[in-house]
Design a protein around this ligand. Structure first.
Ligand code: ATR
Length: 277
């Protein structure tokens, strides 16, 4: 009989990862015998860790900060999202080759599909921040056909890097210009850690009073669930979607790869994760 499948999440540090809670919940809910463990790997040890997976009989796993770009460089095959984003967060073996995918863009879009149907029915988006998460989100926005994507970032050069990477339809702006794109944007996304618990109490200041009433505002920060930015948006009468669903949905494709069941993102799962926050 085949051994139960084993999967992991690795990062540095890793203790804050909620992925073990998510996959542990699904393993139990679907009555599966597999396992999912958190493994801390320092950057210098990461390549050796990756090359040892086959010998350790892992079915695959997740990689998180700071290993996503290194994982991209070291995988034998990539899915189209990883290719477009240049980073890998999900690993699996296929025909004995190590495949790397990126499910962050999928998770982002699936969360909005669930809570803000027709969110992509706009041609303009404003993305705040230009880090790794921003790249995944710009890819999702482009994939959904949003033709004008404005990235505003504290460090303009990083916004330019992202805009150059994605090409036509994506433009880079200084943080101070973000305000200019509020009125035209059907969707506004915070991809920075501003408003995150433990991040020094700095909040995102944007005047949303000129936004179209149909505008959807979302945040990748999910601790707290209602960030100061989402509260601002709610007070302005805009539709808000919290970031927890992105975390939950991005886990779906990996679980299916390793354990052979496509799991559902349910209210029970949400409650399970929220109980730990
Ligand atoms: P991730 O991979 O999670 O996106 P990251 O690559 O460190 O993380 O990117 C964090 C983003 O948040 C960046 O856009 C960063 O701005 P800079 O490029 O100028 O560093 C932004 N950010 C972090 N702290 C910020 C702050 N206090 N004010 C404004 N932007 C901030």
């Amino acid at each position: 009989m085949a051994e139960p499948a084993r999967a992991f999440v690795t990062g540095f540090p890793i203790r804050h990862s909620r992925s073990p809670l998510i996959h542990g919940f699904w393993l139990k809910a679907y009555g599966l015998e597999g396992s999912y463990e958190a493994i801390e790997t320092a950057p210098e040890a990461f390549p050796a860790f990756l090359f040892s997976l086959r010998d350790k009989f892992y079915a695959g796993g997740n990689v998180t900060i700071p290993h996503k770009e290194t994982a991209f460089a070291l995988c034998e095959r990539h899915d189209s999202a990883a290719e477009a984003i240049g980073a890998v967060n999900t690993l699996w073996f296929e025909h004995d080759r190590l495949h790397g995918g990126n499910t962050d863009a999928y998770g982002f879009a699936a969360n909005l599909d669930e809570y803000a149907k027709d969110w992509d029915d706009t041609d303009t988006a404003l993305v705040l921040g230009a880090g790794g998460a921003s790249r995944a989100i710009v890819h999702a926005l482009k994939s959904r056909g949003i033709g004008h994507i404005h990235i505003a970032n504290r460090t303009l050069a990083r916004a330019r890097d992202v805009a150059d990477h994605f090409g036509s339809g994506v433009s880079a702006h200084d943080w101070s210009e973000a305000q200019n794109f509020v009125a035209a944007s059907g969707v506004i996304i915070n991809t920075t850690p501003l408003g995150m618990e433990g991040h020094g109490g700095r909040e995102l200041a944007l005047d949303l009073s000129k936004a179209d009433p149909e505008t959807i505002v979302t945040d990748i920060v999910y601790v707290p669930l209602e960030t100061p930015f989402l509260r601002l948006a709610g007070d302005a009468g805009l539709k808000t979607v919290d970031g927890l669903g992105m975390l939950l949905h991005q886990a779906v494709p990996g679980f299916e790869h390793w354990f052979g069941v496509r799991p559902n993102v349910t209210q029970e799962l949400r409650a399970h994760i929220l109980a730990d926050m």
